[in-house]
Design a protein around this ligand. Sequence first.
Ligand code: COA
Length: 250
Amino acid sequence: MSEHIETIRAQGVLTIRMNRPDKKNALTTGMYRGLASAISDAEKDDEVSAILILGVPGAFSAGNDIADFLAAATGQENEPLAAFDFLEKIIMVEKPLIAGVDGLAIGVGTTMLMHCDYVIASNQCLFRTPFVDLGLTTEAGSSLIGPRIMGHHRAFSLLVLGEPMNAEEALTCGLVNRVVTPSELEESAMSVAAGTAAKPAEALKVTRDLVRGDRHDVLDRMRHEMDLFEERLKSEDARAAIDAFLNKGK
Ligand code: COA
């Protein structure tokens, strides 16, 4: 397990916290592995009936670690992007997945929310997916599930144009369920997760499965996007954007 992923089990909920505050919770290979493995553990654990994902105050996640993008683009990382297993897990997750989001939710920090069953955001949130500006393309199955959640026009401005969205806009377009203050966030998110976990188990599972529907089409789209994403990572546009970020301030 990555040192930046912490888990706690209480009230039938496995809480998974992304905890790399100095880098605004940018997700490294190790963190993706830690997240995927924590979700697997939760699925196998009979004492766990719901999963809660949290970040740190001010940063849910700044997205994929950009230095890791460089490693993938320059062939230093030969295996498929580590995000793959994590994304597969959250698309197909068998137990209710709840997120509590404060502050920055960039890139996969936004797209992972499309696979959660319930999202609580603080009023200080900023959702943004600057994939195209980085010379990249959208990921996590978001090109399919994003328009389903928010409609084409909103999905175009978020996923293609990279326009930022605040918490109220995210609430209006259906990306989040509820907006609270930052100080209320974690308690509210835990209350939803524990309340979900306390429901009659079989009825919860059957009803969630019906409402969530078969997600194999989203899984297939995520795999296709991943191929395109890996190709884009090797492009000159992506290299220039990655270099610019890594050399900022120099
Ligand atoms: N990958 C790697 N490091 C990241 C990161 C990322 N995605 N996002 C932030 N960081 C690092 C910064 O490099 C900085 O490190 P340093 O202190 O060693 O210089 C630290 O986190 C704090 O970030 P900083 O940029 O100083 O904070 P900010 O509040 O001014 O801005 C962001 C925050 C998220 C707006 C800005 O860091 C950013 O644009 N990050 C990239 C987001 C992104 O494009 N993600 C990929 C999406 S596909």
